[in-house]
Design a protein around this ligand. Structure first.
Ligand code: ZN
Ligand code: ZN
Length: 256
């Protein structure tokens, strides 16, 4: 699997983009910073977008992606829970803010929506995909992706602590997990359901207890203002747990 990080932060600037990860050029995880990071040809090469939850920073580029497919008389498949479809249909693709691309053109919409059922394995574009609920302020699922060659990753979407149940359903080689703030914001993390390095420590210890190993870990969704602090704390945590944990960044590409 070739994994390309288009966006790895929780806010946008000239140098940071919202969450979006592309696998093998044809499957995208979240659509925060999706269209601005791809050429038109690369966008049209996408077959599938998996969305984790309805928050704006994860679905923002769906209208633009839909327009680009529409203009080229094509369509893209989007997988998410019903609550994400509702948010798209009610707010972004509602015929007022932007066209109703979930139904337009009639019979062949630019966005073909497929509801996901948690814990049910799906075959999508040659990958085995399982949606697993995480713990966030709105209904959220992470996705475990397994390639035909048996390589696997899990992307958490946004989540706070309390992932024991999630860990029981997955066993990835690569864990892409959010760490939004540094550990002095751990109370904020608990309340707003995001992770800090301190909270990640407990979750990784839980993962190891349940699965008997620790995967390679890449963090995403960092607040750029706190990134230096997060980086120092993550480096210490990697030593403490004797595993590989790094902050992902825009433009990162890796082969799994
Ligand atoms: Zn969120
Ligand atoms: Zn977010």
């Amino acid at each position: 699997m070739k994994i390309r990080f288009l966006g790895a932060h929780n806010t946008e600037s000239k140098t940071t983009r919202l969450l979006s990860i592309v696998v093998d050029g044809r499957l995208a995880l979240d659509a925060g910073g999706l269209t601005g990071g791809l050429t038109f040809d690369e966008q049209l090469g996408l077959k599938v977008v998996l969305l984790t939850h309805s928050h704006y920073d994860h679905i923002r580029d769906i209208p633009m992606l839909a327009m680009n497919f529409y203009l080229r008389e094509s369509g893209v498949d989007i997988y998410a829970t019903a609550s994400v479809r509702e948010a798209l249909a009610n707010y972004l693709l509602n015929g007022q803010l932007y066209p109703r691309f979930l139904e337009t053109p009639k019979g062949q919409p630019a966005v073909r929506f497929h509801p996901v059922v948690p814990y049910q394995e799906m075959a999508i574009e040659g990958y085995g995909v399982i949606a697993v609920p995480t713990n966030h302020a709105v209904p959220t699922v992470g996705y475990q992706l397994t390639s035909a060659a048996g390589r696997s990753l899990f992307y958490s979407g946004d989540t706070g602590p309390g992932l024991a149940e999630c860990w029981r359903h997955i066993s990835p080689e690569l864990l892409i997990i959010e760490v939004t703030a540094s550990s002095r914001y751990t109370d904020f993390g608990r309340k707003s359901k995001h992770l800090t390095p301190d909270l990640l420590r407990d979750e990784l210890i839980g993962f190891r207890e349940i699965n008997g190993y620790l995967p390679r870990v890449l963090t995403v969704h960092m607040n750029p203002d706190l990134e230096k602090e997060i980086e120092a704390e993550i480096a210490a945590l990697a030593v403490e747990l004797d595993c590989s944990i790094e902050l992902a960044g825009e433009g990162w590409e890796l082969e799994l």
